[in-house]
Ligand binder design. Sequence first.
Ligand SMILES: [Zn+2]
Length: 390
Amino acid sequence: MQDSQSPELEQALRNEDVTSLQLPSIHLRPEQSFGTREYGNVWGASHGEALEKNGEISAKDLGKGLDNPKGEYNCFLNVIIQSLWQLESFREALLTNSELSLRPDDESEAAAFLRSLAKVFSSLSGSKSGVDVNLFVVDPTECRKALSSIFMSRKRSQVHEMADASEALNDILETLQLFFEQSGKTDSSDASSNIVLGSFGLKVKEGLRCSTCGYKMQEQSYTRFFHYVPPKLLADVHQQLRDQKLSPEDLLREAYARDTRTCPGCKEGNAMFECSQALFSCPDIFSLVLVWETTSATPDDISLLFHQLPLVLDLSLVYSGVPSGSKYRLRCMVCFYGQHYVLLSYKPRVKQWVQYDDSSVKRVGDWKEVVERCRLGRFQPNVLFYERCT
Ligand SMILES: [Zn+2]
């Protein structure tokens, strides 16, 4: 990794065309790639204004927003793009991945999406943006169009229509995973050579055992990208086991472990099964999807949920097979209220949370202020990204 910006990178940023780059010269970590000279020129005019409006956080730390003109319904995609960019391990892996430059003529939907995402990442990182009226707003249209092709294959909603953020993310990751698997240059089932698996892949082995008669279902091994849990189940388990003083990790594990289904052993209708989960890979990012039964949660429901969510999570307490002390820190939280999505993202450098609501980017403050904002604004946390810290 170089500390100074290469001429190729400078040229590519000027053209906003990262696909033309000969990698590994792409390295867009802003604090490395843009010295004070670059940032001074670009951010200088609004920097002071942003500082004043946002207290102790600079415009550079706030970052850029993503455009969502009326009628486009980009918010579900904007929160996903913004999250993926904010997650430094994924951003760097994507921007330094040579598959992008090696397959510029690949017309597959996955390649098109990857190229469009790299381009938006470059604009978010770079010193100019795709929307000229505002240097702080990037145009996601190309990503949206590329996503519509993925959606078409999967019979999801199209451009100009609203969609579910977690479903969209899952579709994107599955499509990109296939892209890397099919690249054929490396053993892409290996997480180290497949950035999607390495970043998000949860390779699990699940076992189910009937808690009445002990009947064991056949173990299943598979890879998924999320740990799913309904907030209502978290609340129920919390209530049922309140004497045991469970940690947030215990709650996540216990809520997932409960499964009701017909038992071939008991043959008495539905039986309660205990689900054991082992993990064979520790991804860079642990993604938690909260599946709500309602789109109108009360402030109390949201408050209760925040009591049950860890800010730093030890994955070895959720899954067996994980080395102890595998800590992950909450970095991004996609929330919805009504039919709209926003993102809250933690900035480790300044230890502050920032809200991304399409083109609007605002400092929120510390975690307490995040909880208060969600409670009062009825923001329902939906997709939580934890980034590995140890
Ligand atoms: Zn049974």
